[in-house]
Ligand binder design. Structure first.
Ligand code: ADQ
Length: 467
């Protein structure tokens, strides 16, 4: 069996076992690495005065990780710059927040070359190479420039934008052309895949085959839909475990008889948190008789704090939650509990289980794993209701959620009423259909789907074909 080389911006230390803080992606990739052998390569998260290419190897739980330190300037231009000030907002349809700086371009190119230089000697001729996400789009091409012949795959965890939007990126063509260095390119949804195909045919003049092949400039690659899932079995078990029960009890005791509406998101503008608070406020306004029967818990650990937009959105949410609480709270009730920290996964599972409503309303999201975690944590006899944005990739699979347009405060308010008054048999029926998908298309299924395509032995490994 070929070894697997996983390359991503950051590397998950293999030491925290399931039940700890590892998310589904890390669990699946570590499991694949354990089974096939190989290395997970990426940035250590540390800085160095001058880039040396020194690799720090670590072993744990049957997996080897290899990390490099980057210079401060690299992090400014590549990570905080091109990745998170240019590509992230643009790919999430936020052209108003997108910054175009040539220094970001050159920093992004430089760090991708540095990744290629340092990882190359670690790779053996038969190894399969799997590159992850928007930080590293040109890496495949950089490896090919160095004479690399291995099979290389790329998976994008965020949306792929429509053609007209992508064209506002000054170097859009170069970026897309570089994807043709890979053998397989994967997206979460049919939507993102369609936008990619559209660009290739309309802008590059490429052609499409019947089985996911995309050809341009004499090179044919496989473009597939591979929706990521979660470690469903483990998460369901965690929701029934001791830590989850304890968290659930804490929630019940702190709000006897009130229905919990929960939101769990990285603090990011793509997650639609301000719109969510406003939708909830609309519900409070329009339903005075229901006010004191509910409360909302929004968990939002800060991320990317060096990027201004993230500081602004944090300040905005502080003030919005403060204003709503000031206006509607009573001596024994606050409408929004707003918590800016992370929790261990079993505790999250308990909180989801305690919640009558999971409010997952991103303005745009590649997939959104919180929606799937919420479903996996529910009590089969008395499940809660998932309210889900139509613009989350997860909406393509989770059709029996209450789907809404997150920009509409009215739709959100109506959906909350619908969820609060939904009869138990309807909740069970919807949940059974959701959990069926979350169990079937879990993160191990996703990993195998992509790796089958990458191995090239099941070239028609499109999700559809497997269903
Ligand atoms: P994210 O944008 O980070 O991921 P998401 O898919 O929701 O979004 O995953 C977030 C993960 O962080 C979940 O597993 C969640 O449980 C965890 N998390 C969030 N808040 C937490 C907290 N306070 N404490 C502990 N854990 C917390 C990107 C893309 C998504 C895509 C994923 C995977 O933006 O669209 O689904 O990658 O491909």
């Amino acid at each position: 069996m070929s070894r697997l080389i996983v390359i991503s911006n950051r590397v998950q230390p293999p030491t925290t076992g399931p039940g700890g803080n590892q998310g589904g992606l890390a669990v699946a990739l570590l499991a694949a690495l354990r089974e096939q052998g190989g290395i997970w390569f990426g940035w250590s998260g540390e800085t160095t005065e001058e880039f040396s290419g020194h690799i720090n190897f670590q072993q744990g739980g049957g997996v080897t990780t290899a990390t490099i330190d980057l210079e401060e300037q690299d992090i400014d231009e590549y990570y905080n710059g091109y990745a998170n000030r240019t590509l992230w907002p643009l790919f999430h349809y936020r052209i108003d927040l997108t910054e175009f700086e040539r220094d970001f371009d050159s920093g992004y190119a430089r760090v991708n070359e540095r990744f290629a230089d340092t990882v190359q000697p670690l790779i053996e001729p038969d190894d399969l190479v799997w590159v992850h996400d928007y930080h590293l789009i040109p890496l495949g091409r950089d490896l090919r420039k160095r004479g690399f012949k291995n099979r290389i795959g790329f998976f994008l965890h965020i949306p792929w934008p429509p053609v007209r939007l992508l064209m506002s990126l000054p170097s859009h063509r170069k970026l897309v052309e570089s994807l043709f260095a890979y053998d397989v390119v994967g997206f979460h949804t049919e939507d993102w895949l369609d936008s990619f195909r559209d660009y290739v045919t309309k802008e590059l003049g490429g052609t499409l085959g019947d089985n996911g092949e995309v050809t341009w400039n004499g090179r044919t690659i496989q473009a597939i839909r591979a929706p990521i899932g979660i470690e469903t079995k483990e998460f369901e078990a965690a929701a029934n475990g001791h830590d989850a029960r304890f968290a659930r009890e804490r929630m019940y005791m702190s709000a006897t008889g009130r229905s919990l509406i929960v939101g769990v998101d990285r603090l990011d503008y793509s997650k639609g948190l301000a719109e969510r608070f406003l939708g909830y406020e609309r519900f409070l306004q329009s339903n005075p008789e229901r006010r004191a029967l509910v409360y909302m818990l929004q968990i939002a650990p800060p991320s990317r704090e060096k990027v201004n937009t993230y500081q602004e959105i944090r300040a905005n949410l502080d003030s919005l939650s403060g204003r709503i609480n000031g206006e509607y709270a009573d001596i024994d009730w606050v409408p929004i509990r707003y918590v800016n920290k992370g929790f261990p996964r079993p505790v999250l599972a308990g909180i989801y289980r305690a919640a009558r409503i999971g409010l997952v309303t991103p303005l745009r999201d590649g997939m959104n794993l919180v929606a799937k975690e919420y479903v996996a944590a529910q009590d089969p006899e008395d499940p809660g209701v998932l309210i889900l944005s139509r613009f989350a990739g997860a909406a393509e699979q989770l059709k029996d959620a209450v789907l809404i347009n997150p920009y509409s405060a009215e739709e959100m308010s109506d959906a909350i009423v619908q969820a609060l008054t939904m009869p138990r048999d309807e909740r069970i029926r919807r949940w059974e259909s959701l959990i069926d998908n979350v169990r079937r298309e879990d993160v191990f299924w996703w990993c195998e789907l992509f790796l089958t395509a990458l191995r090239g032995d099941g070239v028609k490994a499109e999700a559809k074909a497997i269903e």
